[in-house]
Design a binder for this molecule. Structure first.
Ligand SMILES: Nc1nc2c(ncn2[C@@H]2O[C@H](COP(=O)(O)OP(=O)(O)O)[C@@H](O)[C@H]2O)c(=O)[nH]1
Ligand SMILES: Nc1ncnc2c1ncn2[C@@H]1O[C@H](COP(=O)(O)OP(=O)(O)O)[C@@H](O)[C@H]1O
Length: 187
């Protein structure tokens, strides 16, 4: 049976990963989105089990100790991780599995799954990134500042990835991702 593949989508917070992913999943319902666990409290728009599994720090630590996470990292004061079992099962069944994760987690995946296809989403500028974080209206000033600081250290790592996509015009960014994922090798 065909073995599926792993696709990693990374980029600074606020760059538009979630927005791009939503469209990608709508256009390609055969893709399987891996729902992460996090200790971050849910935002009003988020549903447990759909956007994240929201867990306590004790539960997160238990999952780490039991080796239930494929990768995990701390980000802006909270922990985030990828549950191992659903990813491994879906890949075994031949599906393409998409992880939307930050840089440290993407590096762990690269170590353990060198065949994963890794995409880095870049903002048109830092100023635009700040604008997007603010206009999204989810985060406190402190959280925005932490995300921007983290972005400054993440962006220089873009070259480590298979492709870099600037999310300026959303439709163009999507087409670039689709082209990279769905163009047969050798074409
Ligand atoms: N390493 C890792 N990072 C994750 C995971 N899930 C989400 N993230 C990343 O954690 C960061 C913060 O996510 P979140 O609090 O939802 O904020 P947002 O991405 O700015 O909306 C983002 O860069 C996510 O891509 C995960 O399972 N593992
Ligand atoms: N190409 C784009 N142009 C303008 N705004 C965008 C674009 N892509 C996303 N956004 C907006 O930027 C904000 C952050 O996007 P989001 O998908 O939440 O980012 P991330 O998941 O990377 O943190 C949202 O308000 C979203 O509507």
């Amino acid at each position: 049976m065909a073995i599926g593949k792993l696709i990693v989508l990374t980029g600074p917070s606020g760059v538009g990963k979630g927005t791009l992913l939503r469209s990608l999943l709508q256009r390609h319902p055969e893709l399987y989105f891996s729902v992460s666990v996090t200790t971050r409290p849910p935002r009003p728009s988020e549903t447990n089990g759909q956007h994240y599994y929201f867990v306590s720090r004790a539960e997160f630590d238990r999952m780490v100790l039991n080796n239930e996470l494929l990768e995990w990292a701390e980000f802006a004061g909270n922990c985030y991780g990828t549950p191992r079992r659903p990813v491994e099962e879906n890949i075994r069944q031949g599906r393409w599995v998409v992880l939307e994760i930050e840089l440290e987690g993407a590096r762990q995946i690269r170590q353990n799954f060198p065949e994963a296809f890794q995409i880095f989403i870049l903002p048109p500028s830092l100023l635009e990134l700040e604008y997007r974080l603010r206009s999204r209206g989810h985060d406190s000033e402190e959280s925005i500042a932490r995300r921007l600081e983290r972005a400054k250290s993440e962006i220089p790592a873009a070259h480590e990835f298979d492709i870099q996509v600037v999310n300026d015009d959303i439709e163009k960014a999507l087409e670039r991702i689709e082209e990279a994922l769905f163009t047969p090798v050798g074409v």
